[in-house]
Design a protein around this ligand. Structure first.
Ligand SMILES: O=C[C@H](O)[C@H](O)COP(=O)(O)O
Ligand SMILES: C=C(OP(=O)(O)O)C(=O)O
Ligand SMILES: [Mn+2]
Length: 383
């Protein structure tokens, strides 16, 4: 049965589509079931209160970044920030990069205005290009193959980095992305040759975004059907009933480490909307990992015209998240942040003293990211 799915590219009628799908369906898995199991075990420790979780990276990755040097920089940022979270909490930190697949974006509108031109919205390099020209904005299914190749290159760099880091407690880094484009994700479904279980061979940790988590929709069915850890965003409109139903679909066996709820409510909604959800999920017996994404509910338009986020709002939301969880006797496991590996000026706060300072190095392909220094300030303020 074909279920409804939001935010999908328009490309199925193109003559090349079937061949591209077949090529992807025959491709080697990008990740191994053993790696997925290790990530789930680390998350299970966090679900039981024994570890923290940090998930960081770009809002939208770029194909041009799929090289060893850039990936190395991103992994060092992840290691530095995780080290700081570990030092402040005295716990191991399970580390995830929004990388090796974060190439597709849901958008609030099908069109956007760039440099005065109304264009189809940029939806991530897996779907179309960011250049402000109609030709680049065309949905092109061949981009799925480029995304697969870019993800494979990033994963080679991640594995090289892991082997240099040596053996320690298994804390990653693992890769994560929003499982958004179903043509890409479905083509990368594989069966574990040892157990026969279905897994998503595109990433260690797929999550469902706020705009595609509809009950009875295709994204929830897909992630409900695979083994391995999965995430789901929870925004301000989610009711306790909806979240418990999502848990029922995504965590059928009530398994620790299976489901991470990534809460992104905005600084004002957090304190009233989250407590009844935490209590309902607990009563329903789902041992979820609670993580705060304090970025996506706090996006504002700067007077420069750019999207931005204020560090103070980000800290306010994540602090409120921690308080709500702890008041309910639950573990506030960690943070999910959009962070660059360089000193970008995309969010206001710290060295970016006001909105006019955003112009200096505003480089994101989609949402405004924290610089590493700003991200440290978030960690230090919240934990
Ligand atoms: O990263 C998340 C979404 O893709 C992004 O916040 C959407 O932004 P938009 O409101 O500009 O479409
Ligand atoms: C699209 C994103 O977030 P959300 O689904 O929470 O809006 C994202 O994480 O970039
Ligand atoms: Mn984003």
């Amino acid at each position: 049965m074909t279920l409804p799915a939001a935010q999908q590219p328009h490309w199925r009628d193109l003559p090349e589509f079937d061949l591209i799908e077949a090529e992807l369906a025959g491709a080697l898995p990008l990740v191994a079931p053993s790696e997925i199991r290790a990530a789930k075990s680390a998350l299970a420790v966090a679900a039981a209160g024994g570890a923290r979780v940090l998930q960081i990276g770009d809002c939208a990755e770029s194909f041009a970044d799929a090289n060893r040097a850039t990936t190395g920089r991103k992994l060092r940022t992840l290691a530095d920030l995780s080290g700081r979270l570990a030092a402040r909490t005295g716990q191991e930190v399970a580390r995830f990069g929004r990388m090796a697949g974060q190439y597709a974006k849901p958008r609030s509108s099908p069109f956007e205005t760039v440099l005065g031109r109304r264009l189809p919205s940029f939806r991530g390099e897996l779907v179309n290009g960011p250049a402000p020209e109609a030709a680049d904005r065309r949905h092109d299914p061949a981009r799925m193959l480029r995304a697969y190749d870019a993800a494979a290159a990033v994963l080679r760099a991640v594995r090289a980095h892991r082997s240099r880091a040596g053996q320690g407690p298994e804390t990653g880094p693992w890769v994560a992305h929003e499982a958004l484009v179903l043509d890409y994700e479905n083509a990368l479904l594989r069966a574990d040759p040892h157990t026969g279980e279905l897994f998503l061979a595109s990433t260690h940790f797929p999550w469902i975004g706020e705009r595609t988590r509809g009950l009875g929709q295709a994204h929830v069915r897909l992630l409900g059907a695979v083994t391995g850890p999965v995430g789901c965003k929870v925004g301000p409109a989610a009711t306790p009933e909806t979240v418990v139903r999502l848990c029922g679909l995504l965590d059928r066996h009530r398994e620790p480490g299976r489901l991470t709820l990534i809460v992104r409510m905005g600084k004002d909604a957090m304190r009233t909307a989250l407590p009844p959800i935490v209590s309902a999920v607990h009563s329903a017996g789902h041992p979820v990992v609670w993580v705060s994404d304090p970025m996506h509910g706090n996006t504002v338009a700067a007077k420069t015209g750019q999207k931005t986020r204020h560090l103070s709002h980000i800290i306010q939301e994540a602090t409120a998240f921690r308080r709500v969880l702890e008041e309910a006797g639950q573990h506030a496991a960690g943070l999910h942040l959009e962070v660059a590996a360089t000193d970008v000026t995309e969010c206001v706060g710290g060295p970016v003293t006001d909105e006019t300072a955003l112009r200096a190095r505003y480089e994101t392909l989609c949402d405004p990211r924290l610089s590493p220094e700003q991200a440290l300030e978030v960690i230090d303020s919240v934990f």
